[in-house]
Ligand binder design. Structure first.
Ligand code: HT7
Ligand code: ZN
Length: 872
């Protein structure tokens, strides 16, 4: 298999001056005519061949400057079209291919989803539509003509503005769309189908009117309202916060049912997985509403960070994705609660990115080689990429960050650029040298920061000793120290902040330590009392922190830290430590549990904290988080037992109190997805979870809640909590849920997700039966991910069974799915990255299943690459 290296990057010898596409869409096939105006770049030697990319294409005809080409002048196969000796001047190349979108199960290129023709071109899907220079540094204006039968495709959409449309007779009609902005082919999109829509408009800050449309299956229009509201708020926010205005006359979104990812930012025509568009209270949870708002914003923000400024090559993916995730996180923080959003984002980082970064699939946010680019749309590129931008924002401050972003937009608008250029903008704007900081982009692995402290009362001096280690990751045996921004505070015995008169031993800017070496000892003078340090406030860097703080210190922070993130984190660390110790045979003391319980109850009863925050504070870390914390020879059964034991010990003496708070939080208000109501529901469901895991009261409460719930958030929570704890009612609730919502595919996903998390031994047999049912939609990514993805990621006890049944179930499913949709198959397989931290017997069972997959099947490049990296 061929590996692509960043060091081999070179611009194409030819550039594409303009693109005209003509799609004739018919039920049986689609004919694509492409007219590419091409010219050699300066410096290209005469006679240099022009090599266009293709993927599963067959050339029907070819002409150059209007004349058919002789066979000796070109060579074509499924994967490329080569002009042996193109003219050494501007020329027009015309090609024609015929596609069968209905047979395209990979969902890349042009395909049909529930009858609608749609496209997905990022990263390399355009080459499945026509022969092209399919790479992000080839930018061109596109004009698209499409014709189709009016009966099946009354709606014809593409990028840019609609410039012509009309009737063609014989039931056919056409539309012509023109996109005035230069774009790479991965931002191309086309949609044709029989769709309903909702319309609205937005007036930009300079007074331009933009027409907004959301297109969907007929009958779903009302469920698009929240997405439209989110879009309008996103457009306004980008103007307010970043001064960025929308640039076309129309902005359309289309919801489709078969999609490999969440959504796609095609210029002026975003295409969405319908699970991230449709919402109504009876079938969507608060988390679904939150997800819709976030992804609508994310794709919209790409218009500036991704489309107007794009990537030079796919190694730079993080340039657009890390930055855009940072922007969507900031949007949600401004729209909802900043601390709650920060906790949410860090939980996500710790449960998905840290495991990736600490295992066989670790790679830098900007990798330097890949076999299959689709395997690099990872949590490291997205979430760690966002953390890196956040560290820049932390170091530069709000005004400094905005100034740098303004310069980025000014300097690079219209460019296909690099991470280096991005860093250079921040250097030029701030005057800082960021060469060491740039290592965050180039080095894999989560740094481990150890901090210890001491206080000398006589001299009133306080010492913090920091060290950083960065474990080897695949292909990177040695690591450089990183520049780590540590936001911190010192807290005095009465809970108020302590100041200092001077500091030596390192760089400290106000409340920020710039820690840039293997170790450092900072001495603070004039510290009146022995402090408890609050470190990495707001999670100021994506590191694993270990300190010499006692359980008492942590619980002190949980009560007194002025930083809400660290209050939450102190509780998390306190409970993680107790569970991890118990799972490894070191039981907790009664005092430990009493103190933790008291801190949790204080938080619950604190009148100043909001419900959403309290829900996060009361959330006892998941088994997977504790497993990661233990880090080696993990026995998930022991972790699960220890977690249940701790929750039981915490809850038992206060079960009545928790139950009455649960009752008191019930509300008869009409459902709204707003932050206040969602927070209240999450606290109430958090209490239900504690009561179900830790007492015998919860099961009945959950069963009752399932019956009386008036919205999906409460009904789903009741079912999922019952299933995760496998209460005596769980099976019946699953049955009732399935019957109640039969026929709704997005609700079926919820059923699949919950079913896959049952911890009982029979879960694998049940999942096999679900998958084998004749009506299970085996080609739909949402269905497959809901069942298999949640099993792999959230059911450690059954997935990692010593008898290997969990591993085999997944490898057998992956082998089948790979034949249909390699992207979905390889993503499910990434769950095996957990193997290195498991105890030996489980690890070996997992490796055996992977070996069998490799030996018994012909695998796609997608699956092959992931498999080889895990087996290495
Ligand atoms: N930029 C988009 C990535 C994407 C994608 C990647 C691979 C295969 C299918 C895909 N659909 C969308 C989404 C985003 O990050 O905004
Ligand atoms: Zn994105």
């Amino acid at each position: 298999e061929q590996t692509i290296y960043l060091k081999d990057y070179a611009p194409t010898p030819y550039r594409i001056v303009s693109v005209e596409l003509d799609f004739k869409i018919l039920e049986e096939s689609t004919r694509v005519r492409a007219q590419l105006t091409v010219e050699p770049r300066e410096g290209t030697a005469p006679g240099t061949p022009l090599v266009l990319d293709g993927d599963e294409l067959k050339l029907d005809s070819i002409a150059l400057d209007g004349a058919p080409l002789m066979q000796s002048a070109y060579a074509s196969d499924a994967n490329s079209l080569t002009l042996v000796e193109p003219p050494h001047k501007r020329f027009v190349l015309e090609t024609e291919v015929t596609l069968n979108p209905a047979a395209n199960t990979k969902l890349m290129g042009l395909y049909r989803s529930s009858g609608t023709w749609c496209t997905q071109c990022e990263p390399e899907g355009f080459r499945r539509i026509t022969y092209y220079l399919d790479r992000p540094d080839v930018l061109a204006p596109f004009k698209v003509r499409m014709s189709a039968p009016k009966s099946v495709a009354p709606v014809l959409l593409a990028n840019g503005n609609l410039v012509d449309q009309g009737d063609l007779g014989e039931g056919m009609h056409f539309a012509v769309w023109e996109d005035p902005f230069l774009k790479p082919a991965y931002l191309f999109a086309l949609v044709a189908g029989d769709l309903g829509s909702i319309k609205d408009s937005f007036t930009t800050m300079s007074g331009r009117e933009v027409e907004l449309g959301i297109y969907c299956t007929h009958g779903k229009e009302a469920e698009c309202a929240y997405a439209m509201d989110s879009l309008i708020r996103s457009m306004a926010w980008d103007e307010r916060r970043f001064g960025r205005e929308y640039d076309l006359d129309v902005f359309n979104i289309v919801a489709v049912s078969d999609f490999n990812f969440g959504a796609m930012e095609n210029k002026g025509l975003n295409i969405f997985n319908d699970r991230l568009v449709f919402a109504k209270p009876e079938t969507a949870t608060d988390a679904n509403y939150h997800g819709i708002e976030r992804v609508i914003a994310h794709e919209y923000f790409h218009n500036w960070t991704g489309n107007r400024i794009t990537c030079r090559d796919w190694f730079q993916l993080c340039l657009k994705e890390g930055l855009t995730v940072f922007r969507d996180q900031e949007f949600t923080s401004d729209e909802r609660s900043r601390p709650v959003q920060r906790i949410h984002d860090v939980q996500n980082l710790r449960t998905s990115q840290f495991p990736e970064d600490g295992g066989p699939l670790a790679h830098p946010p900007r990798p330097d080689n890949y076999r299959e680019i689709n395997n690099f749309y990872t949590t490291t590129v997205y979430q760690k990429g966002a953390e890196i931008v956040r560290m820049l924002a932390t170091m530069l401050g709000e005004a400094g960050f905005r100034k740098a972003m303004d310069l980025y937009f000014e300097r690079h608008d219209g460019d296909a650029t690099t991470i280096e250029a991005f860093i250079k903008v921040f250097e030029d704007s701030s005057g800082r040298n960021l060469s060491q900081f740039a290592t965050w982009y180039l080095q894999a692995g989560t740094p481990q920061v150890k901090v210890s402290d001491s206080y000398d009362a006589a001299s009133q001096s306080y010492t913090l000793t920091l060290s950083q280690t960065n474990d080897p990751t695949p292909g990177e045996p040695t690591k450089k120290p990183l520049l780590i921004p540590v936001r911190f505070g010192l807290i005095g015995p009465n809970g108020s902040p302590l100041g200092w008169t001077g500091v030596s031993g390192g760089t400290v800017e106000d409340d920020l330590i710039l820690f840039d070496s293997d170790s450092a000892t900072l001495t603070f003078e004039g510290v009146a009392n022995k402090p408890v340090p609050s470190l990495f406030r707001g999670f100021s860097a994506p590191v694993k922190l270990s300190t010499n703080l006692s359980q008492d210190d942590l619980l002190f922070l949980a009560r007194h830290d002025s930083d809400p993130f660290n209050r939450w984190d102190a509780l998390q660390t306190a409970s993680t430590t107790l569970i991890a110790n118990a799972a490894q045979g070191k039981a907790w003391s009664e005092d430990d549990v009493d103190a933790l319980r008291a801190a949790l109850i204080d938080t619950l009863e604190n009148g100043e904290l909001d419900d959403a925050y309290k829900a996060q504070a009361l959330d006892i870390p998941a088994e997977t988080v504790v497993g990661r914390y233990i880090g080696k020879d993990v026995n998930p059964d022991a972790v699960a037992a220890a977690r249940k034991g701790l929750v039981t010990a915490l809850v038992s003496p206060v079960a009545s109190k928790l139950a009455s708070t649960y009752e008191a939080l019930a509300s008869s208000d009409a459902y709204s997805p707003n932050a206040a109501q969602a927070g209240r529901r999450s606290l109430r469901n958090g209490l239900l979870s504690l009561l179900t895991t830790g007492s015998d009261r919860g099961a009945a409460l959950a069963a009752n809640q399932f019956e009386v719930a008036t919205n999906m958030t409460d009904r789903y929570a009741a079912m999922a909590i019952s299933v995760r704890n496998w209460t005596s009612e769980a099976s019946a609730l699953l049955g009732a849920f399935r019957t109640r919502f039969a026929g709704d595919p997005l609700v079926f996903d919820k059923w699949l997700t919950a079913s896959a998390q049952a911890p009982d031994e029979d879960v694998i047999d049940r999942m096999r039966a679900t998958l084998a049912a004749p009506d299970f939609p085996k080609t739909n990514p949402n269905r497959l991910r809901s069942l298999l993805g949640s099993f792999v990621m959230a059911n450690p006890v059954q997935f990692t069974r010593v008898d290997g049944a969990g591993f085999r179930f997944i490898t057998e499913a992956v082998a089948e799915i790979d034949k249909v949709n390699p992207q979905v198959a390889s993503r499910i397989l990434t769950g095996f990255r957990v193997l290195p931290i498991l105890e030996a017997s489980r690890r070996e069972a997992g490796m055996t299943a992977l070996q069998a997959l490799k030996e018994q099947h012909t695998l796609s490049r997608n699956v092959g690459e992931i498999l080889d990296r895990i087996l290495a």
